[in-house]
Design a protein. Structure first.
Lengths: 645, 213
């Protein structure tokens, strides 16, 4: 439990509570003092306006900071504008209230400290020195005048004084630390009796009358939602395509028409190359040197060295060098002109002369050649058929879906005419409720919505055409309707019986547990009680820390809410367990955590944690007090968040 | 209508008026000038004083940052004697107290905080200083003095923190019943949400909270 305080203090919750306050400390605009009246205000604090632009900027900053903080877990829906806006506005008001306070108390920022701060900012340095020109230029670029920037800095430093001087000076004494550690690291010696309700199931009698009575008084628990069964007609492009017959002549015509363009493949050659790079503005000398290098490489290849190996080691085209210089199959016109020409002239396996391109000097080798030509009809026929089918079914779908929708509307009392007219098939769904179904047509929320619409359910008409996307539409009507009803007793009798047995068994367990608790309180040991009672089971938990997962969490939790045992008072409590059983918990000893057993790092952590807690409480209380004294007005339409401190 | 008298008559009249009121007019103008100048002077003086206090305070903070407690201490003493009424003198006391607590010198911390409580004119700052003073006194083992400082409990958003501290003081005095009452009051106050977990743990340890939240 205490751990959660610390975790939370470092976690997102604290970030949102405290962080929101500190963030604007860092870069809080003072635009409103300088920009014109065209900027509407959202709130006024002690006569100072907070403008809409300011609020907008703060909201955006907050969103981008949350996005950065949460990374992948950032859920835009959770932090949308309407959600964040009131919170951010609230924090801006807090800040304005604090600023008003420090200003009115004579807090000042000296010119000297402002100057030294500005001079220390890295963005204003030129050659390691503060530069006035650069300072002005940087500010101009970000749209500030120096006056605006300096006013903003002053404000920022005032808040910083408050932050460091009043809030940050919060103290945490050793006494406080010791108390915290005593509680947080406390361990307790626990023991407990478990009275399992399962023991009492056999003895629990449930008669027909009890079932009847329970059923009569808990009818709403057995309610079944309204259900419908629908018939529907599906229109889909895919289904239409299956029904279409293509005219062979049309297929042939299509082939002839696109033979030269789409079904002709140009010649291609597979090329590898070696590059010696040259800069764009290479001097004559550089060009000659590079040429010398490429000539030397060519010589080695002609002497028998492997082109591929040399390409891998020597080519300066890094990408292709990894593939031993391979560029894959290329068509004419795809490469630089000089290379292109050579590639389509060179016999396979021969190394070219050095070729100059704008990249530098190349050597190329053709490793394979693929002759182009017109693909034969047999090779592309199925492709053409598919394409034509898609084309035609698409057209047909568009036309049919329009006609069908109209026809269904004109004959609203049945799907039969529609099916007959267009040769479509009527299908039937299973029962489904407004919750929809996992499979089938009722798995589409739009279908469910239409089936339960007034028009379809109450007036008994055909639905409109429901678009399910991907050229898929449905028209439906309700065949059968079961209104919401209470399930008959016969159907639920077993469930009721089971429930009553569970409840009855639990009651007996609780009753026995309460008796045992009384006996324990009067001095009988848990062990002895377990011995004497077959339904009670004793277990010694031993020493555990808060939040231990060794025993049922509920037992530990209850154990840590008991007073310390003493010579004249036992520490005992009863607890109803979530499984219907009962537990009698006893604390037999308490050992507080000891501050001196912590190492230096852990101590520092405790001190800092408490100091931060005290600091945050101070800040929160201060804001609360100051806001009560302040004159804060929200403009209409701006809803401050409900959790204002 | 006595509208058209001779020029001489008019001049005569003005002379008489001047004879009667001239001194008062001159005196009035002088008083006005003096008070405007005085006001400006005074403002300028106050301005300079505030800036000087701010600068001295900043030097103190820098000293503390450098770990030079002795220099910070003399800086604080100077601030407190030369700018007694300034908020910076109080801040200096808070800074020094924070430093002393870190060094576990609770006597010195208590002295600094006592000065702050006695010298600040700002209710909010005084409440904060008082809370810290009581905390330090308890830390130094003087529960009785701590209780005196912690009472009366302010009637604002600081109430919860005071009640919690009073509970801690009662624990130190082995007065569990009073501690439970104080912790419950603190919990009921509810204006310090971040202390809720710790408070609940303190109450639970006394076995008084029958239901956990």
């Amino acid at each position: 439990m205490l751990q959660t305080i610390r975790d939370r203090a470092q976690g997102i919750v604290a970030y949102i509570i405290v962080g929101l306050l500190i963030i604007p400390f860092a870069f809080f605009g003072v635009y409103n003092y300088f920009t014109g009246d065209s900027n509407p205000t959202v709130a006024t604090v002690n006569g100072i306006d907070i403008t809409r632009a300011e609020l907008d900027a703060a909201v955006q900053r907050q969103q981008s900071q949350l996005r950065e903080l949460l990374g992948d877990q950032y859920n835009p829906a959770l932090f949308d504008e309407s959600h964040l806006r009131p919170q951010v506005l609230d924090r801006l008001v807090d800040q304005a209230v604090l600023l008003y306070f420090i200003r009115s108390q004579g807090f000042r920022v000296t010119d000297e400290s402002l100057r030294s701060f500005i001079r220390s900012q890295p963005y204003f340095l030129a050659d390691g020195q503060f530069s006035k020109e650069r300072y002005r230029a940087v500010l101009r670029q970000s749209g500030y005048s120096t006056d605006q920037y300096e006013a903003q800095l002053r404000q920022q430093q005032l808040l910083r004084q408050l932050e460091l001087g009043i809030v940050g000076t919060a103290v945490a004494t050793k006494h406080e630390m010791a108390r915290f550690v005593a509680l947080e690291r406390q361990s307790r010696d626990l023991a407990w009796l478990k009275i399992d309700s399962a023991n009492f199931r056999d003895q629990t009698q449930v008669d027909a009358k009890a079932i009847q009575q329970y059923y009569a008084t808990h009818k709403q628990a057995f309610e079944q939602p309204a259900q419908v069964k629908v018939s529907y007609i599906e229109l889909s492009e895919n289904a239409l395509a299956d029904q279409l017959e293509l005219d062979d002549k049309a297929v042939q015509r299509f082939y002839e028409e696109f033979k030269d363009s789409r079904f002709t493949v140009p010649d291609a050659r597979r090329v590898r190359h070696i590059l010696i790079k040259l800069p764009k503005d290479a001097s004559q000398h550089q060009i000659e040197v590079a040429r010398g290098q490429i000539e030397a490489l060519r010589e080695r290849i002609v002497q028998g060295a492997s082109f591929a190996e040399l390409a891998q080691r020597q080519s300066q085209d890094v990408g292709s060098a990894r593939q031993s210089g391979d560029l894959g199959f290329v068509r004419q016109g795809e490469m630089a002109k000089a290379i292109d020409e050579a590639a389509f002239k060179l016999p396979i396996g021969e190394t070219s002369e050095p070729i100059r391109s704008r990249f530098g000097w190349h050597l190329i080798e053709v490793t394979a050649s693929r002759a182009g030509g017109v693909k034969p009809f047999s090779e592309v026929e199925s492709q053409i058929r598919q394409e034509l089918l898609k084309q035609q079914s698409g057209k047909r779908f568009y036309k049919l879906s329009n006609q069908a929708a109209n026809y269904a509307y004109e004959h609203p009392d049945s799907l039969e005419p529609l099916a007959a007219k267009f040769g479509l098939k009527i299908r039937q769904s299973n029962w489904f409720s407004q919750a929809g179904a996992k499979e089938g047509i009722a798995s589409h929320p739009k279908v469910v919505k239409a089936a339960f619409s007034d028009e379809v359910l109450k007036q008994g008409l055909n639905s409109q055409s429901i678009d399910l996307g991907d050229e898929h539409q449905v028209i439906l009507r309700v065949d059968q309707h079961k209104p919401a009803a209470v399930r008959p007793l016969a159907e639920v009798r077993d469930r009721v019986r089971e429930h009553l047995v569970t409840v009855g068994a639990s009651e007996q367990a609780q009753k026995l547990g309460a008796q045992l608790l009384e006996k324990a309180k009067s001095g009988q040991s848990l062990e002895a009680l377990a011995e004497a009672n077959q339904h009670a089971r004793y277990s010694a938990v031993g020493w555990v820390r808060r939040g231990s997962n060794k025993v049922p969490a509920a037992i530990v939790e209850r154990g840590f809410r008991l007073p310390h045992p003493s010579s004249d008072a036992l520490a005992l409590a009863g607890i109803e367990l979530s499984d219907g059983g009962y537990g009698v918990v006893e604390v037999r000893g308490v050992r507080d955590g000891a501050l001196d057993k912590l190492d230096a790092a852990e101590r520092t952590q405790v001190r800092q944690g408490l100091q931060r807690l005290n600091a945050e409480s101070t800040l929160q209380a201060m804001i609360h007090v100051l806001r009560q004294q302040a004159d804060v007005e929200f403009d209409r339409g701006q809803v401050p968040s409900g959790d204002a401190p | 209508m006595a509208g058209y008298r001779s020029e001489e008559e008019q001049i005569d009249q003005i002379r008489r008026w001047w004879g009667e009121y001239g001194r008062s007019v001159i005196a009035g103008v002088i008083i006005a000038l003096v008070s405007i100048l005085g006001w400006q002077q005074w403002h300028g003086y106050r301005d300079r004083q505030e800036l000087a206090a701010a600068a001295a305070y900043q030097a103190l903070v820098a000293d503390l940052g450098d770990g030079n407690t002795a220099a910070a201490k003399s800086q604080a003493e100077q601030l407190q004697s030369e700018h007694e009424g300034s908020a910076y003198a109080v801040l200096a006391a808070l800074q020094m107290a924070g430093q002393y607590v870190k060094q576990d010198d609770l006597q010195a911390a208590g002295k600094a905080l006592r000065w702050a409580v006695d010298h600040t004119q700002l209710p909010a700052l005084q409440t904060i200083a008082r809370l810290r003073l009581a905390r330090v006194l308890l830390g130094a083992g003087d529960a009785k003095a701590a209780l005196q400082v912690a009472q009366p409990v302010p009637k604002d958003a600081f109430a919860g923190q005071f009640q919690e501290l009073i509970g801690d003081i009662h624990i130190a005095q082995s007065d569990q019943a009073s501690a439970i009452k104080a912790y419950q009051a603190a919990l009921a106050d509810g204006s310090n949400s971040q202390r809720h977990g710790l408070l609940q743990a303190k109450l639970n340890d006394l076995g008084s909270a029958e239901s956990a939240l």
